[in-house]
Design a protein around this ligand. Structure first.
Ligand code: AWU
Length: 459
């Protein structure tokens, strides 16, 4: 068999919600005989087991440094990677025995548009968010909708050119767009997203049937058809055990599954706000009070703030709460094996911040979702789930609308019955699994992407 010649550089943004799905995508690409080099930093090396495949190599690049602790961490990371990784990748590619055919990089790494030009290869955007969310980002950074009344956080920003003409209160718009304190940082973000609009193609961790109108919209906005929906890119068959996905689980899977095995089908509410969100004290108090008063069985997973957040208001779980709910509540303070939990028959509902990976994992599990978006694309994802797909119920919105305890109790208790959302959840689970099974839409999109990448090599 001839040695595969197509060589793709895969360059994730180094945070869990962005790097986990891109690595899962690369594992799908090598099954189609594409050589891939994943660009990692030392703290993410563990996400790719050594010697996973001769077609899947890594290049380890310096960890981002943050000399200015006051600078926005995301902006500082993008800037560091641009300044320090760019020359290393250029040099590596120029002497590599297999010259790269293309580069696929996270939408936060728009500057790779320039790197791709220097390497004379096409650049593809990898979107770890859905097509609806990226449509909003494209419209924000290209059309620059203004807030006519900057002093009013509730003044409405609408997107009449998008399907379903969504609108938001100003406070729900991405803080990267709203925050112009550092003009240079804002301009840099805008340049990144304008580069994304000029990319050769866009690859989404999503599936066509989930948001068809937004895929059509993106293709119209980009002016070409090189938009591929290849998700959910989950390790259903790529050999990665669900419990190994992401960070090390704080609690053993045996302890988790033993606890879940004792519960009835669809009787447990799983609560998790992703890898980066920390609840405030007020939010944590409302959440734990509602879980206690609701009487449901639940798993509550919360992140433990690191030393960087000593100044922040991060809610803590009281030992009294853990003691009072010990018969029916399982509290994880650290990293939960989210795929193991969501995949268990006992879990019936998922109170989530609507990070896109959690949205997809919730859909594949067929659970009813309770939405508590906190920022980034999460308000858009919640709008898709609640208003457009009817698969979720709104629990709260950010820290602007912390719910009354009794209202949250009602939403939590109501999520476990045979509701219209549960019927939709089972329909969308079947649609998501249908997309990624053999001959499913996402498999066909992956084949089409690989075909175009292979044709590049022959150009
Ligand atoms: P997820 O996308 O759910 O949320 P974030 O970590 O917040 O990541 C972007 O990623 C989102 O669209 C953004 O809104 C932003 C960001 N996980 C786990 O296994 N155990 C835990 O305890 C916590 C998390 C996994 C989870 C998921 C990922 C989190 C794309 O939210 O299964 O795969 O970590 O990603």
């Amino acid at each position: 068999m001839s040695i595969p010649q197509t060589h793709l550089i895969a360059y994730p943004f180094p945070t869990s919600g962005h790097i986990i799905p891109l690595i899962d995508l690369t594992k799908n690409l090598i099954t189609r005989n594409i050589n891939v080099t994943v660009l990692l930093t030392p703290s993410n090396q563990h996400l790719l087991p050594p010697n996973y495949s001769p077609l899947l190599q890594t290049l380890v690049l310096p960890s981002p440094q943050f000399p200015n602790p006051n600078q926005n961490r995301l902006i500082a990371t993008i800037t560091f990677m641009h300044q320090h990784h760019y020359p290393i990748i250029l040099q590596w590619a120029r002497v590599h025995h297999l010259p790269p055919s293309a580069i696929i990089s996270d939408f936060f790494l728009g500057w790779t548009h320039l790197l791709a030009r220097d390497l004379d290869v096409p650049r593809l955007v990898f979107s770890p968010s859905g097509a609806f969310a990226l449509s909003i980002s494209f419209s924000l950074w290209r059309d620059l909708p203004q807030n006519d009344n900057p002093d009013d956080p509730n003044s409405v920003v609408s997107f009449p050119n998008l399907p379903n003409s969504p609108f938001y209160p100003w406070w729900q718009i991405s803080h990267l767009f709203r925050d112009k304190k550092v003009e240079q940082d804002w301009e840099m973000m805008r340049t990144m997203f304008l580069f994304n609009l000029d990319a050769w193609g866009v690859v989404f961790n999503s599936f066509i049937d989930l948001e068809p109108a937004y895929f059509d919209h993106i293709k119209k906005e980009l002016g070409h058809e090189r938009v591929w929906a290849v998700g959910p890119v989950l390790p259903l068959d790529s050999g990665t055990e669900p419990e190994e996905r992401g960070e090390a689980s704080t609690v053993s899977c045996l302890e988790l599954t033993t606890w879940l095995d004792k519960r009835e089908d669809r009787s447990v509410v799983y609560v998790c706000f992703g890898s980066r969100t920390f609840l405030t004290t007020a939010e944590m108090d409302v959440l734990t009070s509602a879980l206690e008063l609701s009487g449901v069985h639940f798993i509550l997973s919360v992140r433990v703030p690191d030393e960087r957040r000593v100044e922040e208001d991060c809610g803590k779980i009281s030992s009294g709460f853990i003691e009072r709910v010990r018969e029916r509540g399982f509290v994880i303070q650290g990293w939960a094996s989210q795929l193991v939990i969501l995949g268990h028959r006992a879990v019936g509902a998922f109170l989530t911040h609507c990070g896109w990976n959690s949205v997809l994992e919730g859909l594949v599990s067929g659970v009813v979702m309770l939405t508590w978006p906190m920022g980034a694309d999460q308000y858009t994802n919640a709008k898709l789930l609640v208003d457009q797909l009817g698969v979720a119920v709104q629990a709260a919105e950010g820290d602007e609308k912390i719910p009354e305890i009794n209202d949250l109790v009602k939403v939590i208790k109501g999520s476990l019955g045979r509701t219209k959302e549960r019927v939709r959840a089972e329909e969308l689970r079947d649609a998501a699994l249908g997309a990624i099974k053999e001959n499913g839409s996402s498999q066909k999109q992956l084949d089409a992407l690989v075909k175009e990448l292979n044709e590049l090599k022959n150009d």
